[in-house]
Design a protein around this ligand. Structure first.
Ligand code: COA
Ligand code: MG
Length: 294
């Protein structure tokens, strides 16, 4: 069974304290919005941002865009109040920063359950310990009231913690990215790449989106509206990919191919697993079209 596909090509962060950005986001072509209470908000503004984000989520007006609240970690002075406000506002997901192990997500999930709500969790992957415990963390997909549904790579924090540098091609980070992708897929999670800080460098951004897509990521987290169009284009199946996918699906539906596991199509071998992949490509393209039509 293929689960319902939710496009998550472009996931735009904004500081929860920035009223103008929260308002502007209602008109931006982002698949999802992360209303941040954590690193993008200074300590003096935490309380105001918390109230503003909760009011914003409750008021709605964001159409098809998913709304995600990133809380502060529960071991900070703001974490518990953030979580309480987020549970009350009931966004599409709560993004948990800096988990090191499954217990850090369990604690959030228990609060959701105690409140009698059902809210998905997303988890940042941004500490060395999270990478060492990645399988255990991904297992939080099984939570009943607060299932983990996505990983968000926190590449800035990983660079800080490890002292790895940002270099074109991201060689120092590739093992972490691919390990996280494996864990995500093993447990049915989506996975969204880290941000590209230099938002005026469009070529560098485009290359990093293409790399993330080719590695298997579902989308990219963004910091500025200028990054939306490239992310939306790169993480969507191209017209040629959709046409090819439809051709593969149609070929397996031909009477002479019924019951076959592998067929020849335009000089290449195509297996049933390719038909499964083709169905996902078409479903993603249709979900994107449907969303654009709203
Ligand atoms: N979300 C929504 N709108 C945004 C935005 C964002 N992340 N970043 C900028 N905008 C809006 C601005 O409000 C402005 O709108 P306006 O023309 O209606 O006034 C427009 O886009 C152009 O913004 P610009 O002047 O180029 O950027 P800036 O100098 O105001 O802000 C940043 C630059 C980096 C501070 C800002 O983009 C930002 O806060 N990004 C998100 C940071 C974040 O959340 N980090 C946490 C995770 S890494
Ligand atoms: Mg971080």
């Amino acid at each position: 069974m293929t689960k319902t596909i939710r496009p998550r090509r472009s996931v735009l962060y904004m500081p929860g304290s920035n009223e103008r950005a929260l308002e502007k986001a209602k008109t931006l072509a982002a698949d999802a919005l992360i209303l941040d209470l954590e690193d993008a908000v200074s300590p003096e503004k935490k309380a105001d941002a918390r109230k503003q984000v909760a009011d914003t989520v409750k008021a709605g007006g964001y159409g098809e865009r998913e709304l995600i609240i990133r809380i502060n970690a529960l071991d900070t002075e703001w974490g518990h109040d953030d979580l309480e406000a987020a549970i009350d506002a009931a966004p599409d997901a709560i993004l948990v920063p800096k988990p090191n192990r499954a217990a850090d997500l369990d604690a959030v999930a228990r609060k959701v359950e105690t409140a009698g709500k059902e809210i998905a969790l997303w988890a940042m992957v941004e500490t060395p310990l999270a990478l060492l415990n990645i399988q255990e963390i991904a297992g939080c997909a099984a939570h009943s009231h607060a299932p983990l549904t996505a990983f968000v790579m926190g590449t800035n924090d990983l660079a800080k913690e490890t002292r790895a540098r940002f270099v074109p091609g991201r060689t120092p980070m590739l093992p972490w990215l691919t390990t996280s992708i494996l864990a995500a897929r093993a447990f049915g999670l989506d996975i969204i790449d880290g941000v590209y800080n230099d938002f005026r460098d469009t070529d560098g951004f485009q290359a990093e989106c293409e790399q993330a897509r080719d590695l298997g990521m579902d989308g990219k987290t963004l910091i500025h509206p200028t990054q939306l169009d490239a992310a939306n284009a790169v993480f969507a199946p191209s017209d040629a990919e959709v046409a090819d996918a439809r051709k593969i699906i149609a070929a397996f539906e031909q009477p002479e191919n019924k019951g076959k596991g592998a067929i020849s199509l335009d000089g290449r071998m195509v297996e049933l697993l390719h038909a499964e992949m083709a169905k996902r490509t078409v479903a993603l393209a249709e979900a994107i079209d449907k969303q654009a039509g709203e």
